[in-house]
Design a binder for this molecule. Structure first.
Ligand SMILES: O=C(O)CCC(=O)C(=O)O
Ligand SMILES: [Fe+2]
Length: 347
């Protein structure tokens, strides 16, 4: 492994296993009846989603209605973008002020990820707090950094973001219903949403048994809608026994997971489940997560409808923007402490 930077090497207990478990994976849910006028269809769908969120925190969806060509366009543009020289790509590099754009040096839990990413905000400007300090109210307005090449990337990302935003609202309704809430109970939190899309490129890795494309983590937002190619590598921690389960690529499916915010809103009825990405020595892999996140000023706390005397709130309220800013800082700079987790707000 001579030339591999030790910053990429995972502690022994976090390294990927040589044997991959793929059997009985996360639930696959057919969304064809999503707009059905028959209430029985919707009720069945809602129940399926509720079970998947509770048992796995993850599910795949097929027949979701997001147009295939919009997905093909962003995938093709992403490949062209990452195929450029580093010098060219670095023109849109992220920095300590702007976390939008390209990075090849992100850390997850203080270990470097074997990946290259390009992040773009769904709504511009993206407003986030300047500092992580609770009493500092100053915010900054972030704009996307679009590369010159490929010229079609910008429009491909914007069109994809529009479709995925619509689709995420639909999922939000179904998940709200599955919690016994009104369909539109949570949509208000997303009025000034901080959602963003990410193009991921995982180059072939000479030490796939020692490093990870993304280290184990939980997504900090509300929902993630992921498109992956046919290579595979995403692993989800099974709730029943803590085993890492590989998510088998299903053509044109999306992989959905509930993030930390749903864990708090639902007072742990749903959990944000740990996942990671294994890399391999032969094939590069591409994936595109869409992070559906509320406005920066959102105070996240267990929903009053879901708590009572027998089931009191398990979390103290926290400010989402501060949480996000804190995460971004730890992705950028190696810290001496654990990065921020919702467990820090656990009662
Ligand atoms: O690439 C993947 O399959 C997942 C990436 C991921 O978990 C993330 O970016 O949060
Ligand atoms: Fe993730």
């Amino acid at each position: 492994m001579g030339e591999v930077d030790p910053a990429f090497i995972q502690a022994i207990e976090h390294r990927p296993k040589p044997t991959i478990i793929e059997a009985q994976g996360i639930p696959v849910i057919d969304l064809s009846s999503i707009n059905s006028p028959d209430p029985n269809d919707t009720a069945g769908l809602v129940a399926e989603i509720g079970h998947a969120c509770k048992d796995w925190g993850f599910f795949q969806v097929i027949n979701h209605g997001v147009p295939t060509d919009i997905r093909r366009e962003i995938e093709t543009a992403a490949r062209k973008f990452f195929a450029q020289s580093t010098e060219e790509i670095w023109k849109v590099r992220k920095n300590e002020v702007n976390p939008l754009g390209y990075s090849d040096s992100e850390l997850t839990k203080n270990v470097r990820d074997w990946k290259r990413v390009f992040d773009f905000a769904v709504k511009e400007p993206m407003v986030i707090p300047v500092s992580v300090e609770a009493d500092d109210k100053e915010v900054k307005k972030l704009m996307n950094q679009w590369p010159e090449y490929p010229p079609e990337l910008r429009e491909a990302c914007q069109e994809y973001a529009q479709e995925l935003e619509k689709f995420s609202y639909k999922l939000l309704e179904l998940i709200s219903l599955s919690l016994g809430l009104a369909a539109n109970r949570l949509s208000g939190f997303f009025k000034d949403q901080n959602s963003y899309g990410r193009l991921n490129h995982y180059p072939p890795c000479p030490v796939p048994q020692l490093a990870l494309g993304v280290g184990r983590h939980k997504d900090g937002g509300a929902l993630t809608v992921l498109s992956q190619d046919d290579v595979g590598g995403l692993e989800v921690k099974r709730k029943t026994d803590g085993e890492w389960i590989r998510v088998k690529p299903t053509p044109d499916a999306f992989i959905i997971n509930v993030g930390d915010i749903f864990q708090v809103w639902s007072n742990e009825k749903y959990e944000s489940v740990e996942h990671r990405v294994a890399v391999n020595s032969e094939k590069e892999r591409f994936s595109i997560p869409f992070f559906f996140n509320p406005a920066h000023y959102t105070i996240v706390e267990p929903l009053e409808e879901l708590i009572n005397e027998q089931n009191p709130a398990k979390y103290r309220p926290y400010n989402y923007g501060k949480f996000f800013a804190n995460r971004k800082r730890s992705n950028f700079t190696k810290l001496d402490v654990e990065n921020i987790q919702i467990s820090h707000f656990r009662v």
